[in-house]
Design a protein. Structure first.
Lengths: 124, 903
């Protein structure tokens, strides 16, 4: 029952993932912003405040950790949710993600239905 | 001078000697021995210098110049270089409880009685005259002092007689206190050392007096001597003298080792082997000091009295006497007295021990009636036998002096004795180094040497004194000139000593060697030979019990008690049993074989090895061992020791091996960790395509009403990712083959140029699509290479593919082959965007590419370069990149061309 749809920022260097996520988010009725790498993400974050960011970690130029730090330390962005999505599945990696302030850490490969459900919970 | 005064002085001197001897033994009882130090030991060795040195050297110098030194050079050489030989002799002596030189030689050759007898006989004949010459020197010097002309014919007025008796008493008192002849004669050695000091000091005083008192120093005397025609001749060293010098040096070397008195002080009385080290230079030093004044005194005498006016032997005493210096003369007399008496004392003890053990004892044991006396205590009897032997030897010496000696000079008798004991040298020295030396060989050698010595030295001197007709010397026996004792087999031009030594040693050594080589040794001989030659291996532990002899304990007891006394033998046996944990089972009555061997050893110290062996054999039952068995037993005990050493080494090795294992374990743990990391990395890389596949597939599956176009796109991506995944897995498995070493090269000979053209043609279409200018450059020759064709093709394709991938449209790529004769270099050059320097070190790492792409995921697995690197390295080559960001890259690899090397 939203008047303004939620804005979701997608950040991943894998086009297949981006396409999948885009489909899933659109289907859920969210607005989608797409960044194909960390630098693009930072640029977009200058102009917009997304409600939630789906963040890949392993990216060549600016990695997901930095984006997360940037969001969580910025006045205007810090209420925005951050969801890490990564193939880094070690306990220590997950802990690191949460320590940086992430609201959720999802490991790849992920279940699509699960992902959609969790995101809606976060936005609620 | 009044003869009473002289006699009193001499007696007083002897009392001082007695006192020193008593004091030394007293100190021994208290536990602080005064003779247990290397200085006393070295001084005792100087008993080598007798009245010959004291008086005779000067006499010799006036006749033959510096040749008097020859007999000191030998001992100096022996002292410095033969200490190891002496050391070995001492070790053997202690181990076998040997108590004389005759005992030593006999023990080496199977404890043989005949050898002991012959050696003793040779010593008596060869050395007793030497003793009597000392007596002569004493009486002569005494007569000079009291200015008495001529010798007395009556025995009661004869000073020599009285001196002999006093000396006999001294020797008996201090030389026969204990039955065990291997016990040290502490008092005796102390007295001898004292005497050596006295004679040195006295001689130096005489020298100083004459050189600085009567003349003006060395320079003065030598100058004056050179002025005299007769004397200046003595400075010259004649060519013909070489032979004499040589033989004199040889036989004085042997004399230093084997004269009975020398063997006694240097070997039997030796307390500590380490003393040898100091003695090696202290003794030559003594010889040097005592000889310094010989020439000055000789020249002084000749200059003062004129040549031939007086017997030069007497100069040492005569000169100060003539100058009226009575006190000094008395002191010098005492010095000469000291030199003579020390020789007499030690030589007599040595010879009498040999006589009692090698002649008297066996003789007595040979008489059945006397052998029965074993039931009664024999120990006291042995001491009496020894004392009688001492008296016998001195009596012989005295009689010889009285009747024969005045015909012959001091010096030549000395050399004759030297030549006599030299006959022992081959058997003894060879005996301690050559196991093959046999008893028969030794016996033959010594007897033959003895005969030649006698014929070439004793017979001529007897002929000279008229006892034998002198025609013998001129024409030879029965007119056969080649048998002439002074020119045997026509050998002329040698002095008598050299001549004698030459022939006697020649026949001695040759007969000894030949007979030894051809004789068979009995088991006892072999055993003793092994123990002598390899003493250092066996001296560590007592080799008792090897002979497996059994005896009744009461018999052994009786035997020992008889010779050593009840108390002493009991202590010895108990002591031994305790040390070696042997239980003396009174009930069983049978003695442990080790005890039997030990008892024999103890007895050997009392009556000599040969006799002891006979005595013990009479009460034991011996298991006959063959030579092989003996050697086997000795070998086994040696093997035991070797085994122990081995064991210790093995345990060390074990510790080291354990450490190595620990290290290897740690290494494996590291490798394991590496493998875990690899696994993690690989699975991590696999997740990426899997994520896409899953997400895309799920979406298609959950949204059946998806638009056809979109569905088709999604499925297309799924297929592509599946392919990528498959390719990745293949590459990973491929890489693993290299990592684990399973990959083998399939070698063949082929042309690199052909291969390159093949690869070029494969890639060309891809390059054409991007309109890339693609060229292949190679030399004219075919570039034959012996390598794995398929794998190298793979590398080329990998590099070329990368080049095409990373070069923009309209770029150019050069594919170059270069022949460096020893190696072939392949270059793929592109003008793409180059590789930043920071990334270059990691380029050939696994999955590197995969991680570092900005936008589009590459087709490859990220393992291409890693695999190429492995292939190149397997060929023994190198792969690298030269690149700068924005300026393109050159990927190069080289393969060594072993075939070219062989051309």
């Amino acid at each position: 029952m939203n008047k303004i749809p939620y804005k979701i920022l997608l950040v991943d260097d894998d086009p297949n993932i981006l396409i999948s996520l885009e489909f899933l988010m659109r289907k859920s009725g969210y607005d989608v912003l797409i960044a194909r790498n960390g630098s693009e993400a930072l640029e977009l974050l200058n102009d917009t405040v997304p409600d939630l960011t789906l963040l890949d970690i392993m990216m060549p130029d600016v990695d997901g950790y930095q984006i997360c730090k940037h969001i969580k330390s910025s006045k205007k962005l810090k209420h925005s949710k951050v969801v890490f999505m990564s193939a880094k599945t070690k306990e220590s990696d997950i802990q690191k993600g949460y320590n940086l302030g992430a609201d959720l850490y999802i490991t790849k490969p992920f279940a699509t239905k699960e992902l959609v459900k969790k995101i809606s919970e976060l936005l609620a | 001078m009044n003869n009473i005064i002289v006699i009193i002085c001499a007696l007083f001197y002897l009392v001082v000697l007695f006192g020193i001897a008593y004091y030394a033994e007293h100190r021994l009882k208290k536990g602080s021995s005064i003779i247990n130090n290397p200085y006393v030991y070295s001084l005792s060795l100087a008993v080598y210098c007798t009245a010959w040195t004291y008086y005779g050297s000067v006499g010799r110098a006036t006749n033959d110049g510096i040749m008097f030194l020859a007999i000191y050079i030998g001992p100096t050489i022996a002292s410095i270089f033969m200490m190891p030989v002496l050391g070995k002799i001492i070790r053997i002596t202690k181990f076998q409880r040997i108590n004389s030189i005759a005992d030593f030689v006999s023990a080496r050759y199977g404890k043989n009685l005949s050898i002991a007898f012959i050696v003793t006989l040779l010593c008596i004949i060869g050395v007793v005259p030497y003793i009597s010459l000392q007596l002569k020197a004493i009486s002569a010097s005494f007569n000079i002092l009291i200015q008495h002309q001529g010798s007395s014919t009556s025995y009661f007025n004869d000073t020599t007689f009285y001196i002999t008796i006093v000396l006999a008493v001294f020797i008996i008192l201090f030389g026969t206190r204990s039955v065990d002849a291997t016990e040290k004669h502490e008092g005796l050695v102390a007295a001898i050392a004292f005497e050596t000091i006295i004679k040195l000091v006295a001689f130096i005083c005489a020298g100083l007096f004459i050189t600085y008192g009567l003349f003006n120093g060395f320079g003065d005397i030598f100058y004056k001597a050179s002025q005299s025609q007769t004397l200046s001749k003595l400075f010259v060293f004649k060519q013909a003298d070489y032979i004499s010098w040589f033989f004199m040096i040889i036989c004085s070397m042997m004399a230093f080792l084997f004269l009975p008195r020398q063997f006694q002080v240097s070997v039997i009385e030796n307390v500590d082997e380490s003393h040898l080290k100091k003695a090696a230079w202290l003794f030559p030093l003594y010889l040097l000091i005592i000889n310094v004044f010989v020439l000055p005194i000789a020249f002084g005498g000749e200059l003062l009295f004129g040549k031939g006016m007086m017997d030069a032997d007497t100069y040492v005493l005569a000169i100060p006497l003539h100058s009226g210096n009575h006190l000094l003369s008395l002191f010098i007399f005492i010095g000469g007295f000291s030199a003579a008496t020390s020789m007499i004392i030690v030589e007599t003890i040595a010879i009498s021990t040999m006589v009692s053990n090698s002649m008297v004892m066996p003789f007595l044991l040979g008489i059945p009636a006397l052998k029965k006396r074993i039931d009664i205590s024999f120990s006291k009897d042995i001491i009496y036998i020894r004392r009688i032997s001492i008296l016998l030897v001195l009596l012989l010496a005295y009689l010889y002096e009285k009747n024969v000696a005045h015909y012959i000079s001091l010096v030549s008798i000395g050399l004759v004795s030297f030549a006599a004991v030299t006959q022992f040298a081959p058997a003894l020295i060879a005996g301690i180094y050559w196991k093959g030396a046999s008893k028969n060989g030794a016996l033959t050698g010594i007897i033959v040497g003895f005969i030649f010595w006698f014929y070439t030295l004793v017979i001529p001197s007897l002929a000279n004194t008229g006892i034998i007709h002198s025609d013998l010397l001129t024409f030879g026996p029965f007119g056969l000139s080649w048998l002439n004792p002074t020119a045997l087999f026509g050998l002329q031009g040698f002095d008598s000593i050299s001549h004698s030594l030459f022939w006697s040693l020649f026949f001695n050594i040759s007969s000894f060697t030949i007979v030894s080589l051809y004789s068979k040794q009995k088991s006892q001989e072999v055993y003793q030979a092994e123990l002598f030659v390899n003493i250092y291996k066996h001296a560590v532990s007592d080799n008792e019990g090897l002979w497996k002899r059994t005896a009744y304990i009461p018999d052994l007891n009786t035997l020992l008690e008889n010779f050593l006394g009840k108390e002493r033998s009991k202590n010895l046996i108990m002591g031994y049993a305790q040390r070696n944990k042997i239980i003396i089972d009174e009930a069983s009555n049978i003695a442990d074989p080790r005890l039997v061997d030990f008892s024999e050893k103890i007895l050997a110290g009392v009556i000599g090895s040969a006799s002891a062996h006979i005595m013990v054999s009479s009460v034991t039952k011996e298991e006959e061992l063959s030579i092989d068995e003996i050697l086997k037993i000795l070998q086994e005990s040696q093997q035991m020791r070797e085994l122990n050493k081995e064991l210790r080494k093995k345990s060390l090795d074990l510790t080291r091996a354990t450490d190595d294992l620990k290290k290897a374990n740690n290494q494996l743990k590291d490798i394991d960790a590496l493998k875990d990391e690899f696994l993690y990395t690989v699975t991590h890389e696999l997740r990426t395509p899997l994520t896409s596949i899953r997400a895309l597939s799920e979406i298609v599956h959950d949204n059946p009403d998806m638009e056809e176009e979109q569905r088709s796109e999604f499925m297309g991506r799924v297929v592509k990712e599946t392919e990528r995944l498959t390719h990745l897995i293949t590459q990973v498995l491929y890489l693993e083959r290299y990592e684990s070493g399973k990959q083998k090269l399939n070698l063949s000979s082929f042309s690199m140029v052909e291969l390159a053209e093949d690869a070029f043609q494969s890639i060309e279409p891809l390059a054409k699509i991007k309109n890339i200018d693609f060229k292949l450059i190679h030399p004219n020759s075919s570039l034959l290479l012996h390598a794995d064709k398929d794998l190298l093709r793979q590398v080329m394709i990998n590099l070329l593919g990368n080049a095409v991938k990373f070069t923009n449209e309209d770029g150019h790529i050069e594919f170059i082959l270069t022949d460096n004769h020893d190696e072939i270099v392949v270059t793929v050059k592109d003008n793409g965007k180059g590789i930043p320097k920071v990334d270059q070190p990691f380029l050939f790492d696994k999955f590197f590419q995969a991680r570092n792409q900005t936008v589009k995921k590459p087709e490859g697995s990220g393992l291409g370069l890693a695999i190429s690197k492995k292939i190149v390295i397997m060929h023994g080559g190198k792969i690298w990149v030269e690149s700068e960001e924005g300026k393109g890259s050159r990927f190069m690899f080289l393969i060594p061309n072993f075939m070219a090397r062989n051309v």
